[in-house]
Structures are given as structure tokens and as C-alpha cells.
Ligand binder design. Structure first.
Ligand SMILES: [Fe+2]
Length: 257
């Protein structure tokens, strides 16, 4: 049943991919939108985010950022050169792109610092409850599931939607203006690198997933990968929601009132 997929159309057009992949991407759109259109990005891009929410976001997202190359390495361990076209493509791509992630953790700390969250707090602070779901999920899917599922959940889903929200914040003059002019460039570096403009990584990841799965995979196989992608979006969304919660002290007061 599994017949080979070789892309002929443009990398960044959904129509270049098999029908099953197009339907899968469309089915995941509501979950993806819940991340892309989260109020967190409005708070940032309108320059009105409070320091508690920003700190929750920086500390809560840190492990996902810091561990991202490890998730890719977990997927690399599953590849075997010469086994299939998908394996070859995945191996080559992962080896090259783990290297690209090299400085991104450092740039995240620069962003935090410039946004008023000292790097020590990011490194040592306790993440708000519920914010570690995405990192835990990536570790699970990349460690225990198939190569296609792991790449779909991380490099396609997480990186894809991150490119969309990063662009939104990076494009905002109000956000840039809310930062101190000294060091502004360094503060915005992580966002600049992850903004979707020319970022073809998530498309390349989709191509790898399609090459691994072929043009006619079993429906249950597709359903499983769809679920993995959706879980990535849902865990990101849930984490963002948790960052928005008021500090515990205020909540207790509210309840007492
Ligand atoms: Fe990165």
C-alpha cells in the first residue's frame, strides 16, 4: 500500500504534498490557530504585557527551547542511512539542523534579559504549573514514537506555529519600542531568527514526514500523526494559558473576597 512520495511542486505550497497530508494539515488548523491567535502575542505586540506574564512565559517555555536540539537528536537515533529515501532525507536534515539550533538557547536568554526577566531567573526559576506539557510531550513522542510522528510533532508543528507567532511579535513596532534601545537588537534576535518569513524548516519537516509515510499510508497511520501534531498545538496553547494566570497570592485574595 505504501507508495513512494517525491515532491515535484514548490516546497512551501500545501498542494505539493499528498492529499492525505493536505487533509491532515487542514484538520489541525483549529488547534494551530489557538496558538497562533493566542492573546499572549497581542499583549506583546501591543507593548502592554505585564512583567509577571512575561516572566511566566520566559521561565515556562525555557525547557522547550533548551531541549529542542535533544528532541531532534532523539529522532536522529531512529534513522538508518540507506534504509529508505525518508531515512536518508531525515538523517541529512537532522544532522544539519541540530547545528543550526546551537545558539538559540543563548538568544532566548538574551530575549528574556532584554524583556526584564534576568537569565538567572529563567535558568533557576520554577516554571508555572502546566507549562511543561509541550516539552514533556516532545520528549515522549521523539523518544518513543516513530520517526515520522516525532518530526511531525516537533519540527513541523512546534516550529511551524512558532514561526507564525514570532513573526507577529517581531513585526510589531510597539513591542520593539517597549524595549530599551541599548541591546534591542540582541533582545529581538531570537524572534528575528524564528519569524516565518523565509523559514522553510517546517515545510522541509512536512516533506520528510510525507517521504517517510509515502503517498498512500494506512488511514490509522495518518490519524496517529494527525493526533501527534494536534497534541503539540494543544500543549502549547495550554502552557500559554497557564502563563496568563494571576500570581498565586492574588488568586487567594480573590477567593477570600
Ligand atoms: Fe531554534
Amino acid at each position: 500500500m505504501n507508495t513512494e512520495f517525491v515532491r515535484t511542486g514548490s516546497l512551501t505550497e500545501l498542494t505539493s504534498y499528498p492529499k492525505w497530508a493536505q487533509a491532515m494539515v487542514e484538520a489541525c488548523e483549529p488547534a494551530r490557530r489557538s496558538v497562533r491567535e493566542h492573546v499572549m502575542w497581542d499583549l506583546m505586540s501591543e507593548g502592554r504585557i505585564d512583567v509577571t506574564t512575561m516572566s511566566n512565559f520566559m521561565v515556562g517555555t525555557w525547557s522547550l527551547i533548551e531541549r529542542f536540539p535533544s528532541f531532534m537528536a532523539q529522532n536522529l537515533l531512529k534513522t538508518q542511512y540507506g534504509r529508505s529515501a525518508g531515512d536518508n532525507l531525515a538523517r541529512r536534515w537532522l544532522v544539519r539542523n541540530i547545528r543550526v539550533e546551537q545558539n538559540h538557547a543563548e538568544y532566548w536568554l538574551d530575549w528574556a534579559d532584554g524583556a526584564g526577566v534576568p537569565r538567572q531567573q529563567v535558568l533557576e526559576g520554577r516554571p508555572p504549573r502546566g507549562t511543561q506539557m509541550a516539552a514533556e510531550w516532545c520528549h515522549e513522542v521523539c523518544g518513543k514514537d516513530t520517526l515520522a510522528a516525532g518530526i511531525a510533532a516537533t519540527n513541523y508543528a512546534i516550529e511551524g506555529v512558532t514561526g507564525e507567532w514570532s513573526q507577529k511579535v517581531y513585526d510589531s513596532a510597539a513591542y520593539a519600542d517597549s524595549l530599551s534601545p541599548a541591546g534591542r537588537k540582541a533582545t529581538l534576535r531570537w524572534l528575528q531568527l524564528h519569524a516565518a518569513y523565509d523559514d522553510t524548516h517546517p515545510w522541509e519537516a512536512l516533506e520528510i514526514v510525507c517521504t517517510l509515510m509515502g503517498s498512500h499510508p494506512a488511514p490509522e497511520e495518518v490519524e496517529h500523526v494527525r493526533e501527534c501534531i494536534e497534541r503539540s498545538y494543544v500543549s502549547l496553547h495550554y502552557g500559554l494559558e497557564r502563563c496568563l494566570l494571576q500570581p498565586v497570592a492574588e488568586k487567594v485574595e480573590d477567593q477570600a473576597a
